[in-house]
Design a protein around this ligand. Structure first.
Ligand SMILES: CC(C)(COP(=O)(O)OP(=O)(O)OC[C@H]1O[C@@H](n2cnc3c(N)ncnc32)[C@H](O)[C@@H]1OP(=O)(O)O)[C@@H](O)C(=O)NCCC(=O)NCCS
Length: 160
């Protein structure tokens, strides 16, 4: 199976929202996706397989800091390297914007995503208590720094 990664425009908002519904308990709506793509601060990329949106990544950069909102791949397209390729494309775009660091949050139980992010160079840098709802769960905060400060950090239980 081959796929092609391209920058997404507002026109792909409905397809992104469909993937959101398949992947998350609180999916972003088509309108939210469209408004974020239009914001001018965001980078959204999609992986297309024979014209079908198989997965996407979205995030935004403000004042030298980048946040990844979501990475999601339709179940039938998983374990084919699509998410990894999307993250690599996103990192390349963030670097061109003079980003110093990319942050993301992930559910502590989401081992597939945590494994994926580690494979892409992200390291743990903290915990956000009860960050998620439906179901309630802590978030692991992970980061990828380009300023030479990338290192493993232990989070301190007393800060939780
Ligand atoms: C997490 C997710 C994006 C991975 O997408 P994917 O395209 O299947 O991932 P890739 O094929 O690029 O995987 C790259 C690596 O990540 C790790 N990985 C991915 N899925 C995994 C799984 N289910 N279990 C363990 N490791 C996994 C593996 O190391 C994998 O490399 P390998 O296949 O050579 O072993 C996908 O499962 C998904 O959409 N999940 C639901 C949405 C979600 O949780 N997004 C993250 C929100 S923070």
């Amino acid at each position: 199976m081959s796929f092609e990664i391209t920058r997404l425009t507002e026109e792909s908002s409905a397809a992104v929202a469909e993937i959101e519904k398949l992947c998350f308990s609180k999916p972003w709506s088509e309108a939210t996706v469209a408004s974020e793509i239009k914001s001018g601060f965001s980078d959204f990329f999609g992986a297309f397989s024979e014209g079908e949106l198989a997965g996407y990544i979205g995030g935004r950069t403000i004042a030298g800091e980048t946040e990844i909102f979501n990475v999601a791949v339709s179940p039938k397209f998983r374990r084919k390297g699509i998410a990894k390729a999307l993250i690599e494309k996103f990192i390349e775009a963030a670097r061109k914007k003079d980003t110093q660091v990319i942050f993301l949050e992930v559910r502590t139980s989401n081992l597939p995503a945590i494994t994926l992010y580690e494979k892409c160079g992200f390291v743990f840098c903290g915990i956000r208590k009860d960050y998620y709802t439906d179901p309630k769960e802590n978030a692991l905060l992970m980061r990828l720094a380009f300023d030479g400060t990338q290192e493993y950090e232990e989070w301190d239980d007393e800060d939780e």
